[in-house]
Design a protein around this ligand. Sequence first.
Ligand code: NAD
Length: 416
Amino acid sequence: MSEHLDSFAMAQQQLATVATKINLDPNVHEVLKHPKRELTVNFPVSMRDGSIKMFTGYRVHHNLARGPAKGGIRYHPDTDISEVRALAFWMTIKCAVVNLPFGGAKGGVACDPKQLNAAELEDLTRRYTTEIAILLGPDKDIPAPDMGTNGQTMAWIMDTYSMLKGTTVPAVVTGKPIAVGGSEGRIEATGRGVVTVARETLLSRGGQLPDSTVAVQGFGNVGAAAAKLFYRTGCKIQALSDVQGAIYNKNGMDILAVEDWVKKTGTVIGFPEAEALDPAALLLLPVDLLIPAALQNQITEANAAQVKARYVIEGANGPTTPIADLILASNGTIVVPDVLANAGGVTVSYFEWVQGLQSFFWSESEVNAKLEQIMVRAFGQVNAAAKKHNCDLRTAAYIVGVGRVAEAITALGIFP
Ligand code: NAD
């Protein structure tokens, strides 16, 4: 029987593993199995060739016991309701793992942003925002960027929501440009969190970051920021990839030069100081740290046994399937799960939200210092749970996260 790769089924399986391990109250388990609310919208966009195209978008709130809904918006051709449900569930757990006062949400539009021009993308974003506006608000639901969206997308969402309200509402989105109330340090926050957690993982196991070899799958918001910070810390970045292909240099690459190359050409492919690499082979390199920072379902039953990395630090959401987790563990590879490893993004989103509500802004060094504090604390708590329960770091992170959400659900009780 081959592995089931439906994202929400995978999330359910992860929850079930922990429910058994911690004797989770079956009533709370039942609540957590279901997203609280889901909105699917079909909406038209006028294309610049004169045609009208219909798009489908989603916004899912998984659980709001700990605070308003928080989660990114993804633009990707394969986005569907199952993926958005899973991502919303992971946000509930992630916010609890780093102890932020948010519930979990996610949104997405099935589209290929690379096939749309800027005007079409803006129209799509403004119409999608209008369609889901009944859910949004600084005290209700606060989106952020995810795959295929960025600060510009967030500025359009903020502006559309502000137009509907008749007043400027910066705190309705995070990950927006500094000019409209964004936070210093937000763009690289997820990558910074990945590097912090990688460092703590190595330190806790008698290692250190400098001189570690690294392979990064995905050179977008998360992957590029992580690669740059690993590089600055003295790591050797041997391999990088994006949707077009992968590159390799055994001696490591100058990430600032790669960045310049990508700015010029739009891809890592053809970077002069590296050779071409089969993208599938990137995941199997004998590196110290493998950073999946693109899509879900990358390390699966099919390739996990060939993974040679000592550590997998999940920059992406859901890159490792449950069966792959078992195979990696039996081969001694330590996986630092997404709900901990990539929580730096939502943490600085939380800072951005707080700054927006107070109209009082912090310096980049203040933001980075507070991020460091939260990530180190969360890693320590998850690592301690792993020792206490004699389990892997994913199970431990779920023990911490699910435990906090369960406590909130129980304290609130069931209405009416
Ligand atoms: P992005 O759109 O900025 O970048 C994605 C990168 O992955 C691009 O370089 C793209 O070319 C590459 N890519 C796409 N398909 C690929 C493939 N098949 N093989 C190799 N590379 C491929 O997206 P992002 O914001 O960096 O998000 C990446 C992952 O990190 C997603 O899983 C997202 O949910 C997760 N994440 C993002 C944030 C954030 O703050 N942006 C926070 C937490 C988690």
